[in-house]
Design a protein around this ligand. Structure first.
Ligand SMILES: N[C@@H](CCC(=O)N[C@@H](CS)C(=O)NCC(=O)O)C(=O)O
Length: 212
């Protein structure tokens, strides 16, 4: 379950689901068997949120429901689903590198969100200054990481770190108001490779408009 916006639910949605508004995915076996398939879902709208909020574990979405058990936290949910789809590397060390990359991507997201959602003009300018320093520093290193790993973030194979990065890019660009990867050829190639995966290509062509 998540909002129809390019926020925390996006990596889950882009890799695994098609969705119109907010939904509860309840048929995990079918997601795992066919990640690009439409799953059983319970559609609702943003207006329903005040009613749904108290029924979620911590008053937030995204939320995954399996066999009546409701679980919060997008990164934990993505990691769980990635395990089911063999996107977590082939050993613990690769899994660690993938986790670390996902955390780094979310650090960038947090810096940009801190700037984007700040309302005080002076504080916003200070947060933009921080973002302007941190973002290129990190992207440069992520670009080199992809270059050194056969075109993916870890061990020359697609992982949920690659999906997380590409899934969040639109949202990151929206917050930063520019194309973050314009100068980074390896990240651009990675983006294209992920977007060319047939199930993802199909989803991107059909997905509903995001609210942001
Ligand atoms: N750390 C959580 C953050 C979740 C979060 O911020 N959810 C927002 C939407 S993206 C939300 O549910 N907002 C509605 C509310 O708090 O009432 C995650 O990654 O899942």
């Amino acid at each position: 379950m998540f909002f129809p916006a390019n926020v925390n639910g996006l990596p889950m949605r882009r890799s695994l689901y098609t969705v119109k508004q907010i939904f509860i995915a309840i048929n995990l076996p079918s997601i795992v068997a066919n990640p690009s398939s439409k799953t059983q879902k319970c559609l609702t709208t943003r207006e329903d949120w005040p009613k749904i909020k108290p029924t979620t574990p911590f008053g937030q979405v995204p939320m995954l429901e399996i066999d009546g058990k409701r679980i919060a936290q997008s990164v934990a949910i993505c990691r769980f689903l990635a395990k089911k789809c063999n996107l977590v590397g082939k050993d613990d060390l690769e899994a660690l590198e993938i986790d670390a990359t996902v955390d780094t991507i979310h650090d960038v997201r947090a810096k940009l969100a801190a700037y984007h959602y700040e309302e005080n003009a002076e504080t916003k300018a200070a947060k933009l200054k921080v973002a302007n320093e941190v973002v290129p520093f990190v992207l440069e290193r992520l670009d080199t990481q992809v270059k050194n790993n056969g075109g993916y973030f870890v061990a020359g194979a697609l992982s949920w770190a690659d999906l997380t990065f590409v899934a969040l890019l639109d949202y990151l660009n929206f917050m930063y108001k520019s194309d973050l990867i314009e100068k980074y050829d390896n990240l651009k190639a990675l983006k294209q490779k992920v977007l060319d995966i047939p199930a993802i290509k199909d989803w991107v062509a059909k997905r509903p408009e995001s609210e942001c």
